[in-house]
Write a protein that binds this ligand. Sequence first.
Ligand SMILES: Cc1ncc(COP(=O)(O)O)c(C=O)c1O
Length: 382
Amino acid sequence: MINVDGQSLEILRKRTSAKWTTAPSDVLPMPVAEMDFEIDPAIKARLHALVDSSDTGYAGNNSELRMNLAAYAKGAWNWELDPEQVYTCGDVGVGMVEVGRAVTKPGEKVMINTPVYLNMRNWANRLNLEVVDAQMIKNGMHYTLDFDAIEAGYKSGVKAHFLCNPHNPTGTVFTQQELSRLADLAKQYGVIVLSDEIHAPITYDKSAFHPFLNVSENAREVGICVTSASKAWNLAGLKCAQIITQHEKMKAIVEAMPMAVRFGASNFGVHAGAVAFTCTDWLEGAMATLDRNRKFLATELAEKLPQVNYRVPDCSYLAWLDVTALDLGEDPSKTILERGKLLVSNGILFGPQSQNFVRLNFGTSAQIISQGVDRLALAAKK
Ligand SMILES: Cc1ncc(COP(=O)(O)O)c(C=O)c1O
């Protein structure tokens, strides 16, 4: 297995990406979802080749990307998707907004399930949609979909559902039964489900993840998937995501979208994504490290800050921490930054009930995780 691990702080501080340039240099940044790993050498080589041949024009034929994505989906999830129904766009956010625009009118209702990736609400706001929040059911630190709330929302006239599958920041991976039940409800009430599957390849138990469009015929009839290699292979800045349909009705919706949406993807992103979907050895190495990290964080917290509630997530590298017992005031993330010089994501942005939560990124080295917990402990000291 390839060893993929977090780089040293000295190297990371030279990065110019958002994670490493948002805060002053005495702050340890553990917010935005970028990983501190080196990317796969095959992706680097492809990008170098593009630059070396001045191949810096608009994105062209994306058939390699579509074929490689289909092969990856078959290998990872036994999903046989039709590559002819894979369309590119600039990033997942653009894909969700543009598909959302195609299936709703301003003033109509969209469902989200908080606490959830903060841009789900921003996307709805950009489309002038009314947000119907069917909040997740919280059982200890384990969150699941609330089907009563979902059905009530659907009944009230929801037109589209922004589904985070698997779920960020709670780390929940939905079961086949749950997704299939959701598809049935969506069909019954005429709702279109936009399934954001950007975190799917970073599910720890691969077989636990179910692509929405693979759960049933109803799901294919009501669902559109938006995904990207960008989160799992750390390529967010290269700007390329995929919109996937597997039903004539949904295909017609996406094909009627403006051409500009498809041209929003960069050629670098298209190539990097195409290569990434073949880089399964690298991903296995990264997952082994992330698996150690998610458990190491639990050990560190148990030792240094046992009052913090944390459930080891089933997907991704984002830890959802309940810091209520630390009594950090109105805005815990601000207090943590001021006192501990640690930058984490502010829980309230993910949902109205998460004021005493923060999200911490463990896609890094054990050393940085340990430093992060030390800084959190420092912030907790009065
Ligand atoms: C669930 C989810 N969707 C979308 C994104 C952003 O993706 P993109 O940069 O492709 O818009 C993120 C980033 O963390 C995310 O967690």
